[in-house]
Design a protein around this ligand. Structure first.
Ligand code: 13P
Length: 341
């Protein structure tokens, strides 16, 4: 059986990255609303099946997929379990194990992620049905008064408890502390994001060490250092890449095998350009790749629009985005390659 470190390494092999397809029912409903599609068990299945059957994307550029519990246990329309389908292209199944972020008492609009109760038993079950890695997202909102010290510490603490439970179960934890760019009011500066991200990561690694987590058997899924989406600041690609790397180099130990970013509401092209610029600034102590949801899926979702006849076009759109991000993961993406398509 491969070690946690071997699984983590495989997820971040050069030019490979993770597809985040673990939208909760509420989030997938928001995505489907854009194409006017009702949300049912079948539409969710058909959409995800379209992605997973995109042979080019899945075999060449995607190392792992983060699934919901529903998808992990679900079959494709022809009865093939999704886990079997993923194995055909050597893609590792992952599972989102948190139960969402809820209002945190004693704070002004901050959130704490729930889902630790019963997690040991759930992880044992997920492992049995094939999950090799897991994800837990902590949400750090930025405003004039947030995040509080308490909000950062509480989220870092539950991330560490989740990561320790994963490793005990033989599952690689993907540790995701997301400093929100698209929260409320969302007008903070790039420098404020750098400060908050830095303090958050410092606290997360303190808690991970206290919890005895093997840093060689996990991945970090952070935000990039960006101004809030309603800020007037327009930093260059190089500036975002430089500040993000400064924060990561100061806070993320080199024993962590890889960092796989979330896209966090960036445009498809921006998420790719930033990743590529960072990889061009190497050599880096860890692999640096993508674990995108929206920035990998949006073009495919729009091309699909809920119609079986559009599946080939949607799969081509997905393969294109996956290829662009694969190039970015080795610093070889160029804007002409994207625009030509
Ligand atoms: P986005 O890339 O759309 O931010 O989603 C990534 C993710 O997994 C959030 O938890």
């Amino acid at each position: 059986m491969p070690s946690l470190n071997e699984v983590a390494q495989k997820l971040v092999l050069p030019g490979m990255g993770i597809l985040a397809a673990d939208e909760s029912e509420g989030t997938i409903a928001k995505r489907f609303a854009v194409i006017g599609l009702p949300v049912t068990l079948e539409t969710r299945r058909d959409y995800r099946e379209m992605l997973f059957r995109s042979r080019e994307a899945m075999s060449k550029y995607i190392s792992g997929v983060i699934l919901t519990e529903e998808t992990l246990l679900q079959n494709a329309a022809d009865g093939t379990p999704f886990v079997t389908l993923l194995a055909e292209t050597d893609v590792l199944p992952g599972i989102k194990v948190d139960r969402g972020a809820f209002a945190m008492p004693g704070t002004q609009g901050e959130k704490i992620t729930e889902g630790l109760d019963g997690l040991r038993a759930r992880l044992a079950h997920y492992r049995e049905v094939g999950a090799k890695f897991a994800k837990w997202r902590g949400v750090i909102a930025v405003s004039d008064i947030a995040p509080s010290r308490n909000g950062i510490r509480a989220n870092a603490h539950v991330l560490a408890r989740y990561a320790a439970l994963c490793q005990e179960a033989g599952i690689v934890p993907v540790v995701e502390p997301e400093v929100l760019a698209d929260g409320e009011p969302g007008d903070h500066s790039l420098e404020r994001c750098a400060e908050v991200t830095s303090e958050t990561l410092e606290t997360v690694f303190k808690e991970l060490r206290l919890a005895g987590v093997d840093l060689g058997g996990m991945l970090l899924k952070p935000n990039m250092v960006l101004p809030g989406i309603r800020s007037a600041e327009r930093p260059s690609v190089g500036e975002v890449a430089r500040r993000t790397l400064e924060v990561l180099k100061a806070q993320v130990p080199a024993t962590v095998p890889g960092i796989a970013f979330l896209s966090g509401g960036q445009s498809d092209e921006a998420a790719t350009a930033h990743l590529s610029a960072m990889n061009r600034m190497g050599p880096l102590p860890w692999a640096l790749t993508f674990s995108y949801g929206r920035a990998l899926q949006t073009a495919a979702l729009l091309a699909w629009a809920g119609e079986a006849a559009n599946v080939p076009a949607a799969q081509a759109a997905f393969a294109h985005r996956a290829r662009m991000n694969s190039l970015a993961a080795t610093g070889e993406w160029r804007v002409e390659l994207d625009r030509a398509a």
